[in-house]
Design a protein around this ligand. Structure first.
Ligand SMILES: O=C(O)CCC(=O)C(=O)O
Ligand SMILES: [Fe+2]
Length: 346
């Protein structure tokens, strides 16, 4: 990554990742919510990445999901391969080490021929109504024109008791949290707090558990190559082992090590587009040179796949026209997934 690329809008203008206190996320005091929105505006326009503290997600739930991830990846390879992502039309399931390819960024794409397999394994799930407190039991998802809802490949109770339930509860809690966070983001963008509500009825969320083996000394293979995320924003629980790096405007990779009691939030492509790229969808990657096994659990929050992403009118002007025409969220996510999981599904 050279300095010119780093100077583009997708690099963080900072030397370290800021921490935001979310104590006032659901405050009944409008001025407190506005103050939080101003802080969020500043970090999203300058950095695109921030730690959150006082986020309200119970620590026991976070450590529980990490234990579930460690037990999953400890299963024998042939068991995990029963849930192989290549058996899914919707990019759900297990990708073995080297399965996912580095696709680069919009400004610096990596071609399918040059894409290399990453030093990590992953287990991916997508939205189900059981993950959504707003849906009644057994709710049915309607049309699925982009082929992205449902069909998760869960390990059954014999393979891993309680795993599915633990992961569904975690996703439900995170989805609820994201619906609150997007309200304050709406305030930051000077649109009504409920602006996004009609677009997050059946949100295009995915989550993945990741395992990055300790990188052997002298081996240059990345755990996850430089990329931006695709949806609106990501909530990342990165456990205790460092590895995440964020590109800054000087072309330097700055470390975003775990800070106890925090999660990491980063802005992704769809929200960046909404803001006419004022919010940065910042480039990041993972290299695990810690000598320890690293586990992380990103939760990618997106709008309904059928909803349209369109630059907000109040973020354009004659000198600053919309950076791209409107598009359907599902179209964008499917295209990105098809490239990242070369040869799988779809
Ligand atoms: O493992 C991490 O810390 C980050 C993972 C990530 O960036 C991703 O899955 O998009
Ligand atoms: Fe990412």
């Amino acid at each position: 990554m050279d300095q010119n690329q780093a100077e583009a809008s997708q690099a963080a203008n900072c030397d370290q990742i800021p921490v935001i206190d979310l104590s006032n996320l659901n405050s009944s005091n409008a001025e407190e919510r506005q103050q939080l929105a101003r802080n969020i505006y500043d970090v999203c326009t300058q950095v695109g990445f921030f730690y959150i503290k006082n986020h309200g997600i119970p620590e026991a739930m976070i450590s529980g999901i990490h234990r579930a991830a460690e037990s999953f990846f400890a299963l024998p390879e042939e068991q995990k391969m029963k849930l192989y992502i290549g058996n899914s039309q919707k990019f759900r399931g297990y990708s073995p080490i080297g399965g996912e390819k580095t696709t680069g960024t919009d400004d610096d794409p990596v071609s399918a021929e040059e894409a290399t397999g990453v030093l990590s394994e992953a287990f991916d799930v997508g939205y189900e109504t059981d993950m959504d407190f707003q849906k009644p039991p057994n709710a049915v998802i309607g049309a699925d024109p982009y082929g992205l809802y449902g069909d998760n490949q869960w390990p059954n109770g014999d393979m891993l008791a309680g795993f599915k339930e633990t992961y569904i509860q975690y996703c439900a809690r995170l989805l609820d949290f994201c619906r609150s966070l997007i309200k304050v983001i709406a305030l930051a963008l000077e649109v009504p707090e409920d602006y996004f509500d009609s677009k997050i009825r059946t949100p295009g969320v995915t989550s993945r558990m990741m395992h990055y083996p300790a990188q052997p000394v002298g081996e240059a293979r990345e755990g996850l190559g430089a990329h931006t995320d695709w949806e609106c924003f990501t909530i990342l629980s990165q456990g205790k082992v460092p590895g995440l790096q964020v590109l800054n405007h000087r072309g330097e990779w700055i470390l975003a090590p775990p800070i106890p009691g925090t999660l990491v939030v980063n802005i992704a492509d769809c929200l960046s587009t909404w803001t006419n790229k004022k919010f940065k969808s910042t480039i990041h990657r993972v290299t695990n040179i810690s000598g320890e096994e690293r586990y992380s659990i990103p939760f990618f929050f997106g709008i309904d796949y059928e909803a349209t992403v369109a630059v907000l009118d109040n973020h354009t002007s004659e000198d600053n026209p919309a950076c791209r025409p409107p598009f359907k969220a599902g179209e964008w996510v499917r295209e990105k997934m098809s490239k990242a999981y070369v040869g799988y599904g779809g």
